[in-house]
Write a protein that binds this ligand. Structure first.
Ligand code: TIU
Length: 222
């Protein structure tokens, strides 16, 4: 077993052979100007800033031999997996499926739905397309993790309080021990990121743990 003594709210123990790193939605649509995140009125620069940290975390996880799963929030070109409520919500400048500067917004196969080049998946790593905020909803993620004997999950990616937190809560209810890597996740709203970290680790790790990339890499001895 490996351990992160400085994890909050108390030390986190995990078996690297039974651990996966889940990198949530580090897509051009959320991180670059002109994509879905920007269409909702957000400033994407905060999210761009974590790319080097996420790259370092992924590199360390590769050296340690962890299972690595990349997710992408996107929909089928025919929009058959897009609930009308999701398409209609709010007043975005572009709706999901509309043509934008990076192709159709949040549609599989379009440039905007791709993971940013600096975090490109390697052959053999799972790339999971998901139609919802949570990565377990309407995907084979549960089976993929069961097939690999995974019991511990490390989480990175964007955005902290939307797709990352939703997935972490789904995982918690499914019996996984999950840790959110604090500096490898980001929100368009600093206060929401801070609140998410607090609520995850409150009440004796009611949802899970948090720790830094440096602490995770030290625990993995990479
Ligand atoms: N809008 C926002 O903060 N997030 C999303 O819509 N999806 C993800 O978090 N990936």
């Amino acid at each position: 077993m490996a351990g992160i003594a400085g994890a909050q709210p108390f030390p986190f123990s995990f078996d690297p052979a039974a651990t996966a790193l889940i990198v949530i939605d580090m897509q051009r649509d959320f991180v670059e100007p002109g994509g879905f995140g920007a269409s909702l009125g957000n400033d994407v620069t905060r999210l761009q800033a974590i790319v080097p940290t996420v790259a370092a975390l992924i590199a360390g996880a590769r050296r340690a031999g962890l299972a690595i799963i990349h997710t992408r929030e996107c929909h089928r070109p025919d929009l058959s997996d897009l609930p009308q409520a999701k398409r209609d919500r709010g007043s975005p400048t572009l709706r999901i499926g509309d043509p934008g500067p990076m192709g159709r917004v949040l549609i599989a196969g379009e440039p905007g739905a791709e993971i940013v080049p600096d975090l490109a998946p390697l052959p053999g790593e799972v790339v999971l397309d998901k139609p919802g905020k949570g990565a377990f909803h309407a995907t084979p993620l549960g089976q993929i993790l069961a097939d690999r004997g995974v019991r511990f999950l490390l989480f990175a990616g964007v955005t902290t309080e939307v797709c990352v937190q939703t997935t972490m809560r789904e995982a918690n209810d499914r019996g996984f021990d999950g840790l959110l890597v604090e500096d490898a996740t980001e929100s368009y709203f600093p206060a929401f990121k801070a609140a998410t970290l607090d609520m995850i680790r409150a009440q004796g790790a009611i949802v899970g743990w948090t720790a830094t990339t440096a602490e995770v890499l030290e625990a993995l001895d990479v």
